[in-house]
Design a protein around this ligand. Structure first.
Ligand SMILES: Nc1ncnc2c1ncn2[C@@H]1O[C@H](COP(=O)(O)OP(=O)(O)OP(=O)(O)O)[C@@H](O)[C@H]1O
Length: 578
């Protein structure tokens, strides 16, 4: 596992080594202090030699100051290494996520990805910042203090044969329990984030449906679960401290008892006993540090595994192995015996045996009940998902033979739930084509009937949009996302119910502009209203993932019962789904 993380710390290796070096030296200087102290007591004070006492006292202060400086150095360097490591990890995860397909993202869920990119990275970075320093300091301190204590009085050091094993058994017990609790804790943090994220993204719906109380209940549940998971994990961890202290104080009492007796019978000196006790605390402290490191490591392992999962996830939609360098020549779209299912192991297909032949420049309408597979069908064209069976051809080539960028530049899709980003209207439109001139932007906005309202805004194209485009209306947002797609000058333009919030008159105006101004572009329009697609060259009627009928409006009015029903119901002003 460590090997997998090495590339992300390479840049900060120098800081890491310097931090480790300072931490090691700091421990050595701290070990020398009790030794000097024993000479002050046993030689200086015993012989009432003030000059000797002052000289060694100054030396001791000097040692303490050097240890302090080294401690600051160790903390500074390990912070640089830890923060740098965290930044590299976040970058690697974020870049990897950009390669993910929808399927990859759905596997983790957005909230879990956010936790893995923030909380889990923080835990890893803390382990480097604090853990690395302790990892160097604790073993040096433990071994040296043990040697020094044995050299002072080997008989008295026998006390450790009882206290150290007791400590090790306790720590082992706590750690073995804590490990699974930490994985569980991270899962609960994911759960909590899902609740908060969903609430904030849908805050308008929550308020309009007055769902606050239900949302509070949902939040309370995930908050309670998180609290319980944290109590379970940290409840074990906090046991560490009292157990350590119990063992430490019992050891010190035993040493005072046996050592005091030795001093009483003149076989041991007071100064030596004092420094022996200091070494005892250092030994037990370093054991405590080691147990803290293991505790931290077991939490980091849970986080590290979650980060590795993100980094090692294979994007399931990638560029073709052979680079053909194909360009999308025209907007021909062919579905050849296409079947598709979202879940590989699911028995049922979401689309079954779809055969379609669309000529470049045609307008194709797609209609069907909710859940019949309309969105699923069009998402396969720009490879947002890959077909399970069959093939889709765009411009004469299988979509899987194009570079993803080439394909997606040629196939513009206005999604059902489209997003605008914080920035000006112009910046948002330029997502379609970053080199677009003002004239091109205005022309695209005109086709999408967005120019009317943009020109009415005081700042026009420089109007600032808030996150998600929350300061424009639903219909305005749809027109902006349509203009953004038109600016791409695509060979295939897919509109997934993208004018549903636009009034019928504007909808008709948009369709007319698309027909007249984008003659060579294939237009695939998913609509609920028959009026939106009645003038299309072909209309596809979908039913439960299968094509039920294809034809023009006139043909379908004669041949397709479903189409007739929809038409009749809409004539009466009843919604398609009703
Ligand atoms: N990401 C997904 N994972 C699993 N199943 C999905 C996913 N998206 C859609 N489905 C399922 O696939 C089927 C077709 O969904 P699709 O969104 O294509 O329908 P639609 O005709 O576009 O519906 P609507 O008119 O409501 O947009 C539905 O049964 C739906 O539950």
């Amino acid at each position: 596992m460590i090997k997998k993380f090495m590339p992300y710390i390479t840049k900060y290796k120098k800081a890491m080594y310097l931090g480790a070096f300072c931490a090691g030296l700091e421990a050595i200087f701290e070990l020398l202090i009790p030794l000097v102290m024993s000479y002050i007591v046993d030689v200086g004070i015993q012989n009432k030699d003030i000059a000797y006492t002052i000289k060694l006292g100054i030396f001791m202060i000097l040692l303490a100051l050097i240890a302090l400086a080294l401690g600051i150095g160790a903390a500074r360097f390990s912070a640089v290494a830890g923060q740098g490591f965290g930044a590299e990890l976040r970058k690697a995860e974020f870049y990897k996520i950009q390669e993910y397909s929808f399927k990859n993202i759905e596997k983790f869920s957005t909230s879990s990805l956010i936790t893995r990119l923030t909380g889990d990275v923080n835990i890893m970075q803390m382990s480097v910042t604090i853990g690395m320093r302790l990892l160097v300091r604790a073993p040096i301190m433990l071994i040296c203090a043990l040697i020094l204590a044995i050299s002072i009085n080997a008989k008295l050091a026998l006390v450790f044969t009882v206290s150290i094993p007791v400590l090790l058994i306790c720590v082992y017990f706590i750690l073995s329990k804590a490990r699974s609790s930490f994985t569980y804790l991270q899962e609960k943090i994911d759960g909590m984030n899902i609740t908060v994220q969903e609430n904030l993204i849908g805050i308008r719906v929550v308020k309009s449906f007055v769902r606050q109380n239900l949302e509070k209940k949902k939040f309370k549940k995930s908050n309670e679960e998180l609290k319980e998971a944290a109590e379970r994990a940290f409840g074990l961890v906090v046991l560490n401290m009292p157990i350590m202290q119990l063992v430490m104080f019992s050891t010190i009492i035993a040493i005072l008892w046996f050592g005091g007796n030795m001093v009483y019978f003149g076989t041991f000196q007071v100064g030596k006993l004092t420094s022996f006790i200091t070494y005892v605390s250092q030994i037990l402290m370093s054991l405590m540090m080691l147990s803290m490191i293991f505790m931290m490591l077991s939490r980091s392992i849970a986080s590290a595994n979650r980060i590795i999962e993100v980094l090692e996830e294979e994007p399931d939609i990638v560029d073709h192995k052979e680079h053909h360098g194909y360009q999308v020549e025209n907007g021909d779209v062919v579905f050849d015996h296409v079947s598709f299912k979202y879940e590989e192991d699911s028995e049922e297909y979401n689309l079954q045996n779809i055969n379609l032949n669309i000529k470049s420049g045609q307008t194709v309408g797609i209609i069907g009940a909710t859940g019949s597979g309309k969105t699923t069908l069009v998402q396969l064209i720009p490879r947002l998902y890959d077909v399970t069976e069959g093939s889709i051809y765009v411009g004469g080539h299988d979509v899987r033979e194009y570079d993803l960028k080439t394909l997606r530049d040629a196939v513009a899709m206005v999604l059902q739930k489209n997003t605008l980003f914080s920035g000006t209207i112009q910046e948002n439109l330029k997502w379609g084509n970053e080199n677009a001139t003002d004239e091109e932007i205005e022309a695209a906005s005109k086709i999408a009937c967005a120019d009317e309202f943009i020109n009415r805004l005081p700042d026009g194209y420089d109007t600032m949009l808030e996150q998600g485009g929350s300061n424009v209306s639903g219909g305005q947002k749809q027109r902006l996302t349509l203009a953004r797609a038109i600016l791409k000058n695509p060979k295939v333009l897919i509109l997934d119910d993208s004018t549903s919030a636009v009034d019928t008159a504007t909808d008709a105006k948009i369709r007319q502009a698309l027909r007249e101004d984008l003659k060579d572009t294939t237009k695939i329009i998913i609509a609920q209203r028959i009026s939106s697609i009645s003038d299309a060259d072909q209309i596809v009627v979908l039913e439960e993932g299968k094509i039920s009928a294809i034809g023009t409006h006139e043909e379908l009015m004669k041949t397709s019962e479903i189409y007739q029903d929809v038409y009749q119901s809409q004539q009466k002003g009843v919604d398609f789904d009703a």
